[in-house]
Ligand binder design. Structure first.
Ligand SMILES: Nc1nc2c(ncn2[C@@H]2O[C@H](COP(=O)(O)OP(=O)(O)OP(=O)(O)O)[C@@H](O)[C@H]2O)c(=O)[nH]1
Ligand SMILES: [K+]
Ligand SMILES: [Mg+2]
Length: 375
């Protein structure tokens, strides 16, 4: 592992030498070709960081041994002593050890948050430090666990420097996690023959054909079709597209804790930042807001079932993910239900008229009522 880390460092040193500033970065890549290749080299090495070492039964890159349970998983990620365990103990029945010293929590501690009829698994994780992605502390295990979550709660200490957030983001980015972003709007399809066909839908601002050609050649993708749909796509976006099996697009909520210890002005500014919530576990302030924001971000959908001739059962909801279909609802009820499925009747926001008769492909909305009619 040390080898990979050192190789990455070497590459970054080389990058620094060739990049006088951000503005000339792409230009240099264009002129010389070589600096551009550094990007793809680094991306490949970083992907290796999370893979278990050959021969190791469970490499340092695997997450903690906590099985997923409930309807969604939220990971608490942050520097030591920001209040992750305090927060877990507040919102779940689980008690995770809290103390004023760093690295109180040494492994993943799962708790269950019950909200909106759903059970949400909350993973309290050890604190991470700068260099976590490269193997410092339990950083790689923590980040691997975060990579399995549906939502990352980045817990930050409101009394600490603003740069803490950027540092953490960099650690997560380094292993392929992309926060609050969509996959790049670039189509890439490997082919058996025919060379490279590169097309831009609009004049690209940061890319050109030669750059993409060089990168693809470096990845030994000599036969493929590329369509860049986004004029703002960058080299990093293009590499993300090539490396899409190693990328994970996860929502992140930035949660500033300890607001009991900062000025009102500062608090006001923090609270206005996008994807941000503020709280004080100590004073029990804002905790419920954080939970509500989590619920919104997860976009879980509650579906109530109804038997023919009987009122719907509103006491217990089926929980499915945003974008789920009647087929997913059937699977939640019983593994083999869809085999005897004839049609479903739907009342609620997803129905054009009520009840609407629909097939397995119909997409449900939050709080729909569904009646499954079997053959
Ligand atoms: N002032 C203040 N202190 C807090 C607040 N929440 C937690 N603390 C204190 O911060 C310290 C660290 O809390 P923990 O919950 O152990 O922090 P952690 O992030 O789990 O720490 P590690 O597991 O070591 O990474 C403890 O002394 C808490 O009492 C808060 O809202 N305000
Ligand atoms: K602590
Ligand atoms: Mg802790």
């Amino acid at each position: 592992m040390v080898n990979i880390t050192e190789k990455i460092k070497e590459i970054e040193e080389e990058m620094r030498k060739t990049q006088k500033n951000k503005a000339t970065e792409y230009h240099l890549g264009l002129l010389k070709g070589a600096p551009l290749i550094l990007y793809s080299k680094r991306a490949r090495l970083r992907a290796q960081l999370l893979e278990p070492a050959p021969g190791a039964s469970s490499g340092g890159g695997t997450g903690f041994d906590v099985s997923k349970s409930g309807d969604a998983r939220i990971a608490l990620v942050g520097f030591p002593s920001v209040g992750k365990s305090t927060f877990l103990s507040k919102i779940t029945k689980t008690k995770s050890e809290v103390a004023a010293y760093a690295f109180t929590t040494l492994t993943a501690i799962p708790g269950v948050l019950e909200y909106g009829g759903a059970e949400i698994q909350i993973l309290d994780l050890p604190g991470i430090i700068e260099g976590a992605a490269e193997g410092k502390g339990r950083g790689r295990q923590v980040i691997s666990a975060a990579k399995t979550s549906d939502l990352i709660l980045m817990i930050l200490d409101a009394t600490k420097k603003a740069e803490q957030r950027r540092l953490l983001e960099q650690e997560l980015e380094a292993v392929g996690i992309r926060l609050n972003r969509e996959p790049p709007n670039i189509y890439l399809k490997p082919k058996k023959a025919g060379g490279m066909k590169i097309t831009f839908q609009a004049t690209p601002k940061y890319l050109d054909e030669k750059m993409l050609y060089n990168i693809l050649r470096d990845y030994k993708m000599l036969n493929c079709e590329v369509l860049v749909r986004d004029e703002n796509a960058t080299v990093d976006d293009f590499i993300d597209t090539i490396m899409k099996d190693h990328r994970k697009y996860i929502k992140c909520l930035y949660v500033y804790n300890k607001i009991d210890s900062i000025s009102l002005d500062f608090l006001d500014n923090l609270a206005r930042e996008p994807h941000t919530v503020v709280m004080s576990c100590e004073l029990d302030l804002g905790i419920q807001d954080v939970v509500e924001r989590c619920w919104e971000e997860l976009r879980l959908i509650r579906v109530y079932t109804k038997r023919k001739g009987i009122d719907p059962d509103f006491s217990e909801a089926l929980i499915v993910r945003n974008g789920s279909t009647i087929e997913d609802v059937c699977d939640q009820i019983h593994r083999t239900l869809k085999e005897t499925f004839k049609y479903a009747l739907v009342w609620g926001a997803s129905a054009r008229h009520v009840p609407q008769r629909v097939g397995l492909g119909h997409i449900v909305s939050d709080e729909d009522v569904v009646s499954i009619v079997a053959k």
